[in-house]
Design a binder for this molecule. Structure first.
Ligand code: PLP
Length: 450
């Protein structure tokens, strides 16, 4: 037995307070201590190799050994190791990244500021919206529209925005949160209802909810273009096209949470382009730095910029910011990651490999356990059902997602369990061979677990 492995596991369990980790699985399997990576693979301390079928947490999109990102970081550390963006000071990589992001935005955007993560970027948007409405003499516009199964982060308000019961379970400031339906056709469309009809029904229901709440109390709506942590829910055709006019009718800004979708995940540079979303505000993170530095960003349309700036004038400033938001090293890394994605064939690779991945997933839908195989680009999910006809979920104690993910881990593949589903988000550098192997392993596991 390798005592080093034991010792690191014991040390981890003895010292580390686990977040978002299933404690029963930890007790059974212990933590996996990862110490190196190579391309799309990671290696644990015992030397076992795993294909990272989730790109870490959707973020290590360029894999685990992109030396150019390490080199650019080293150069920037040597040149100017870090700073903040407050009090009228800034640094060159931060400005260059702001310009590049505005150039690449899916709809014209006017200005951008940087944060450290997706959660704090969403949190920043909430403050900005509240400040803007208060400055415009509408201080009652505080409520935030979100959707069941959305994930927007772990800070207090971002958790409240997250439409998952287990996140909100112990009580969060939910009073100003309005939860809308999850736009998931397979689960919630009526029998025989087309995507268009379902979208129209959701838009009508949105309008009812806005009217019932009082439009004069609503600050904005947050939406992931494709829901990620909610189980990779691609909205029905026409969904954003139909809900946007409703929001516009009541002057409600739409915030696209592109934390997962942004920078290629769907096969489009932005999720907004994949689903016809025209945001007023965009939140980005994850792939922006390919996971090599904690980064987040908030982009504002010209209208939002103008109105937020007017509000700032009233209070002399936006009383907000994070010491390390816009860190020059993070910005230099992000510029390089974005260059690699957009100019050096990575987006092309997603467009080549993504459809093969999606087609392979769809063939797994024929398996008796699989209720739905879904996804877009390089994000996908398999939702397991106890009864395919009635779409009855497996009982919780069956822990079907956990069992599949554990079997995959034993075979050297990391995939993520999510209740009765498993979620997959291979790195953008994944090859056709690697995707083929991932799909083969999934098929084998489904046959074994069944
Ligand atoms: N928004 C979305 C859509 C996410 O998926 C996540 C994280 O997974 C977040 C926000 C929060 O980002 P972070 O974990 O960087 O705070």
């Amino acid at each position: 037995m390798d005592t080093t492995v034991q010792s690191w596991e014991r040390r981890e369990l003895g010292s580390f307070f686990h977040t978002f980790s299933d404690l029963a699985s930890l007790r059974e399997d212990g933590p996996a201590i990862v110490e190196k990576g190579d391309g799309a693979y990671i290696f644990d301390t015992a030397g076992k190799r795993y294909f990272e079928g989730n790109s870490g947490l959707w973020n290590m999109t360029l894999g685990f050994s992109e030396t150019r990102l390490a080199e650019v970081a080293a150069r920037q550390y040597a040149q100017f190791p870090g700073y903040h963006t407050f009090f009228g000071r800034n640094s060159k990589p931060t400005i260059a990244l702001a310009e590049r992001m505005l150039e690449l935005a899916p709809v014209p955007m006017s200005r951008v500021f940087f944060t450290n993560s997706g959660s704090d970027a969403n949190e920043s948007v909430i403050k900005l919206l509240w400040m803007m409405w208060a400055a415009e003499g509408q201080p009652r516009r505080r409520k935030l529209l979100t959707r069941k199964n959305a994930y927007h982060g772990a800070t207090v308000m971002a958790s409240a925005l997250t439409g998952k019961d287990y996140v909100r379970a112990f009580g969060l400031p939910n009073a100003e949160i309005v939860t809308l339906d999850c736009p998931h056709s397979w689960r919630f469309a009526l029998p025989g209802e087309s995507d268009e009809d379902y979208s129209a029904r959701l838009a009508a229901r949105l309008e009812q909810q806005i009217v019932a709440e009082g439009p004069e109390t609503i600050a904005g709506m947050f939406a992931e273009p494709v829901m990620g942590a909610g189980g990779v829910i691609v909205p029905p055709d026409g969904y954003f096209r139909m809900i946007q006019p409703v929001l516009q009718r009541y002057g409600i800004p739409l915030v696209a949470d592109e934390v997962i979708c942004g920078f290629g995940r769907t096969g489009h540079l932005w999720g907004a382009q994949a689903v016809g979303l025209r945001p007023d505000i965009i939140v980005a993170s994850k792939s922006m730095s390919a996971g090599y530095f904690p980064m987040g960003a908030v982009m504002l349309s010209a209208d939002m910029d103008k109105r937020a700036t007017a509000a700032c004038e009233l209070w002399e400033e936006f009383p907000h910011g994070y010491t390390t938001g816009g860190h020059p090293v993070g910005c230099a890394i992000s510029l390089e990651a974005i260059r690699i994605i957009t100019e050096e064939g990575i987006l092309d690779n997603i467009r080549k490999v993504g459809p093969v991945f999606q087609a392979g997933l769809r063939t797994l839908a024929e398996h008796p356990m699989v209720g739905e195989a879904r996804g877009l680009g390089l994000m996908g999910a398999l939702e397991m059902v106890a009864d395919k006809k009635t779409k009855t979920a497996y009982a919780g104690e069956y822990r079907v997602g956990d069992r599949i993910a554990k079997a995959a881990r034993d075979l050297g593949f990391i995939i993520r369990p999510l209740g009765a589903s498993v979620v997959l988000a291979p790195p953008f550098i994944a090859t056709l061979d690697q995707i083929g192997q991932l799909l083969d392993v999934l098929k084998r596991i489904l046959d074994d677990v069944h």
